[in-house]
Write a protein that binds this ligand. Structure first.
Ligand code: SF4
Length: 279
């Protein structure tokens, strides 16, 4: 078995390889600062989930539910990737999500739907035992990130202990049909090119399990926001008595903190000695 320092070296190696592949495939680079942040996130995640990582028996198991029909008669297949742990005569199925743990814990029904389908494939089509299903959140909690930022060892330890990335969600086979029907309706909408954005009212609401608006939490990270009618309505303040605030909409570059972080990251990422001036 590998020693822990060897595993960490391997993680760093895989991280570099993956980054290089994504950079070549996507044609985008990130600053050294952001890259280091991403690696820190992976290492912290490993530190927290070490026990589960050591006990995984089947990793990246591909599950397939073929030959499904939409209400409009289209064929489709549901696919998913999960990790399986068999331990103490019990089998666990884990689905990894990049969403934060608090949000997942407050919206278990939403995440349970997908897990139910995976559990159904595992048990009914593959004829395998299953005792528990759970989601693992890979997002690092904000307080832990802040503790790292100021390098406060006590707070880091405290926040690490508080962090609960594993959220158990019991599976319920009775709901599988409804979930497959939900997927089927979405397939029809996509094939019919119906891409309605979320209602503006939802953008103005605080999301369950968080203290942020949908617009801040989801839309701010959405590349389609400047061509989205709901976001435009939200941003110019329609319905809040602030009509016509187009300036705010076009000058929406994120929060002051986000902007400052971006500038600092780029300044750090660019060593003045490496700037080549044209002669
Ligand atoms: S900005 Fe993006 S996430 Fe927000 S409503 Fe529009 S399409 Fe949906």
């Amino acid at each position: 078995m590998m020693q822990e320092h060897e595993i960490i070296e391997k993680i760093k190696e895989y991280f570099e390889e993956n980054y290089e592949i994504m950079r070549l495939e996507g044609g985008h680079s990130i600053t050294d600062y952001s890259k280091q942040e991403a690696l820190n996130q992976v290492l912290l995640y490993f530190e927290k989930m070490r026990e589960v990582a050591y006990s995984v028996t089947d990793t990246e198991v591909k599950l397939t539910l073929p030959d499904q029909k939409t209400p409009m008669g289209r064929n489709f297949t549901i696919e998913g990737i999960v990790d399986i742990v068999r331990e103490n005569e019990e089998t666990w199925m884990y689905d990894l999500k990049t969403h934060d743990a608090e949000y997942i814990a407050s919206n278990k029904e939403l995440y349970g739907k997908q897990l139910n389908v995976y559990a159904h494939i595992w048990q009914e089509l593959r004829k395998q035992e299953l005792d528990h299903t759970a989601i693992i959140s890979t997002a690092i909690p904000q307080p832990l990130k802040q503790a790292y930022l100021v390098n406060d060892v006590y707070r880091i330890r405290f926040e690490m202990a508080k962090w609960q990335p594993l959220i158990m969600i019991p599976f319920d086979q009775d709901k599988v049909k409804d979930t497959v029907l939900d997927f089927a309706s979405v397939v029809d909408e996509i094939e019919d090119k119906k891409f309605r954005p979320t209602e503006t009212d939802t953008l103005n609401k605080v999301m369950e399990g968080t203290n942020t608006l949908f617009a801040t939490r989801v839309c701010r990270n959405c590349d389609a926001r400047f061509s989205c009618s709901s976001y435009r309505e939200y941003a110019v303040g329609k319905g809040k008595g602030e009509r016509g605030n187009f300036k705010r909409y076009f000058e929406d570059f994120g929060s002051d903190t986000d902007q400052e972080e971006w500038i600092n990251a780029n300044l750090q990422g660019r060593n003045p000695d490496s700037i080549v001036t044209e002669k």
